[in-house]
Write a protein that binds this ligand. Structure first.
Ligand code: GUN
Length: 274
């Protein structure tokens, strides 16, 4: 039997409609600044999706497009100016390594990506704060599709700073109460861990990382991968997984729209505190 698809696009639309209603009651629209350095095509397409969502919700988005020869002090001074005039700032990644330290210039209250060490620290401590958008989007997707992770055996494949690691913290928090196993490229016998998962979340960035033989029949599989191939975008999970999983997030149309919706949500939250 084929897995039920979890429609991230539809759930993201629901969230956007809730946000639009909140924004319509505000005196001024929330302001989000997106900084892009260079012309990475994936970044350009993500920013396009963020701009469209902002328009739908009623957020005023400004795109600051800088050249690759931007200096660290140039980027820091732009962030410094934006800190006092907008509700949210993101710097689209990847960023040239020499510029990465400028990311910490974003005030934690404006850090709608949730990447600032202060926000990641609050997450470790179980305190409220801005949460990274993809992990927050995955958790929201689970709840809104009727899959409460409480008490579930959740296996995450991938230990990145923007997805796997923060997701493991959110899911294991008091109140969310999943039992989390975090696997990575050095995990020996990955299959034996994956096969135990009630919820299997794959965020590696490589096609066919998880195949049907690695999935427990009926499991919920969340595919975070976005890999361009000659035949279009594919996730990290191979196509045969839909024959064994109970539920599966499609690529595209699964986690991607949820990431964008959570960015909008963080921006509206930040604006409502300002
Ligand atoms: N590049 C890929 N994903 C993201 C994201 O969530 N935020 C930013 N700023 N850059 C990204």
């Amino acid at each position: 039997m084929s897995a039920r698809l979890i429609d991230g696009k539809k759930i993201a639309e629901e969230i956007e409609n809730e946000l639009k209603a909140k924004v319509s009651k505000m005196d001024t629209p929330p302001k989000l600044s997106v900084i892009q350095v260079g012309d990475d095509p994936a970044s350009t397409s993500y920013i396009k999706a963020k701009s469209s969502a902002a328009k739908r919700v009623g957020i005023e988005l400004t795109h600051h497009h800088l050249s690759t020869d931007t200096t660290e002090s140039g980027l820091s001074s732009l962030i410094g100016r934006l800190n006092s005039s907008v509700d949210g700032i993101i710097v689209q990644l990847p960023l040239p390594k020499r510029l990465e330290s400028a990311l910490n210039e974003i005030e934690p209250e404006n850090d709608v990506d949730g990447f600032h060490p202060a926000n990641l620290g609050r997450l470790v401590q179980g305190k409220s704060g801005m949460k990274p958008c993809t992990p927050a989007g995955i958790v929201e997707l689970l709840y809104r599709s009727g899959n409460d992770p409480k008490g579930k055996n959740v296996v995450i494949v991938g230990r990145s700073t923007i997805v796997g690691k923060p997701l493991s913290l959110i899911l294991s928090q008091k109140g969310v109460d999943a039992t989390v196993t975090l696997c990575h490229s050095r995990t020996s016998n990955l299959q034996s861990f994956c096969k135990e998962a009630d919820v299997l979340i794959v965020a590696v960035g490589s096609p066919d990382t998880v195949t049907a033989a690695m999935v427990k029949p009926g499991a919920i599989v969340v595919d975070v991968g976005v890999n361009p191939t000659d035949s279009g975008l594919v996730g990290d999970v191979s196509s045969d997984v839909k024959e064994i999983a109970g539920q599966l997030t499609p690529v595209p149309g699964g986690v991607g729209p949820m990431t964008v919706a959570m960015l909008m949500s963080n921006t509206v939250d930040s604006a409502s505190k300002n």
